[in-house]
Design a protein around this ligand. Structure first.
Ligand SMILES: [Zn+2]
Length: 269
């Protein structure tokens, strides 16, 4: 291990004698990892089970996995996650739709992603479909409200495809995180993480969903090589978000809209 560098962590130096095609790194992560957010039952909507979610953007993936953590470097991944049987796990990957008694879940992300899009959520949540390729994960007390709120999501994906070309990731699902999720949304591929505060009961705040969906093209397919140029990722996404909203709700909507990421106060979205 190299020396600790403030904010950046420590480099892991691997000396190679031959030229292997792969190396295996065995590690344990830390419960203190800044990218892991552990919620007590009281911090969830259901208040009975704990919840875990990750936030890797911008450079926090390295706090829970030893990884080349730069947006210019991409990888595919597979993971096996074991959780208590009453909980379920979901990742920025192909996801299960039902709990299983063993608590063991396998995940696969076959398309190359940058480290900031590596994501995991574990909690007492369930899945409901919106259409064939979209759906919602949420705690039991939230799931029906979420299904109502996000009813336009299938239409948004169709509208986005007409503007920018085919949706490349297979499924597009949303997970509604517990009330203490401190961000608006995070565009983790195949599974956007969303705040429950957008469940207004009248579908009035779903521009955030259009924004995170837009990242499936700008950001998740093509992104900035370094964080200095993050403005490209967000700039193109705000433009595309408004084009999706225009396609569904008309130009009148867009004249009155302020871009999502300006209206919201958080840094990460
Ligand atoms: Zn964004």
């Amino acid at each position: 291990m190299g020396n600790e560098v403030q904010f950046l962590g420590r480099e892991l130096i691997v000396e190679l004698e031959a030229k292997p095609t792969f190396i295996t790194i065995y590690y344990s992560t830390s419960t203190d990892a800044a990218g892991l957010q552990w919620l007590s039952p009281q911090q969830t909507a259901g208040k009975k089970q704990p919840f875990l979610f990750t936030q890797s953007q911008a450079i926090l993936a390295r706090t829970w996995v030893p990884i080349q953590d730069s947006p210019g470097i991409r990888f595919t991944y597979e993971a096996t996650i074991k959780v208590p049987a009453q909980l379920m796990a979901a990742m920025s990957a192909e996801n299960p739709q039902e709990k299983n008694a063993s608590g063991i879940y396998h995940f696969k992300m076959p398309k190359p992603i940058p480290a900031y899009l590596l994501a995991l959520a574990v909690g007492d949540f369930q899945f409901k479909p919106l259409d064939k390729r979209t759906g919602v994960y949420a705690e039991q007390v939230t799931i029906d409200k979420a299904v109502y709120e996000f009813a336009d999501l299938p239409q948004m994906v169709d509208a986005a495809e007409k503007l920018y070309g085919d949706y490349a990731w297979g499924r597009y699902d949303l997970i509604v995180l517990p009330p203490s999720f401190p961000f608006g949304g995070m565009e983790n591929p195949m599974l956007t993480f969303a705040t429950p505060t957008i469940i207004a009961g009248d579908r009035s705040l779903t521009t955030l969903v259009a924004h995170e969906l837009a990242h499936s093209w700008s950001g998740n397919l093509v992104t900035n090589a370094t964080w200095d140029d993050f403005w490209m990722n967000e700039g193109f996404t705000v433009y595309f978000e408004l084009r999706i909203m225009e396609a569904i709700y008309g130009k009148r909507y867009c004249r009155h809209a302020k871009p999502t990421w300006i209206r919201r106060s958080e840094i990460y979205d």
